[in-house]
Design a protein around this ligand. Structure first.
Ligand code: S3P
Length: 166
């Protein structure tokens, strides 16, 4: 089984992916980290040099050509499910889990905004408004996930249980 964790920046996809993979004793793949490895630049540098459209194409290609082992947990970038047919592709390929949080919870967790090109330079108020608007746009994609979980205070044990339908 391949588990894809999706959700907004700051909802804990990378951390939860590692913890869940540990519990399932399987590989963990962080697609943002794979992109950084592939292009030899940070995501922020790539955005600045080539723009968002080029990043979205690269992100989708990386999702689709990665040689996934039979069992693994994949942390996806926050925007990935919302471009091209990526969400359908993930749903066809494995188990999708939306780690849902409220805008206020996300603001409280997004301390370091500089490494995220879409959030650069925002104060808390601007970030709150940005997240509210983005979630209106993104929730229709995120909520196509097979499992939707309240991710605030979610521990890996509960995540594993929910994933197995308990
Ligand atoms: C993005 C989220 C980031 C990264 C890029 C764009 C987004 O990933 O892919 O900065 O559009 O939400 P994280 O969700 O891991 O921060």
């Amino acid at each position: 089984m391949i588990v894809f964790l999706v959700g907004f920046m700051g909802c804990g996809k990378s951390t939860k992916a590692k913890q869940l993979a540990n519990r399932l004793n399987c590989a963990v793949i962080d697609l943002d980290a794979e992109i950084v490895k592939k292009v030899g630049k940070s995501i922020a540098e790539y955005f600045a040099e080539f723009g968002e459209a080029a990043f979205r194409k690269l992100e989708s290609d990386t999702l689709k050509i990665y040689p996934y082992p039979e069992t693994c947990v994949v942390a996806t970038g926050g925007g990935l499910p919302c471009f091209f047919d990526n969400m359908d592709w993930m749903n066809a390929k494995g188990q999708t889990v939306y780690l849902q949080m409220t805008p206020a919870q996300l603001v409280s967790r997004l301390g370091n905004r500089e490494k995220r090109p879409l959030l650069k330079g925002m104060d808390d108020e601007q970030l709150f408004t940005f997240i509210e608007l983005k979630l209106v746009e993104r929730n229709p994609f995120y909520t196509q996930s097979k499992v939707i979980l309240d991710a605030f205070n979610l521990d890996a044990e509960l995540l594993e249980k929910r994933l197995k339908g308990n």
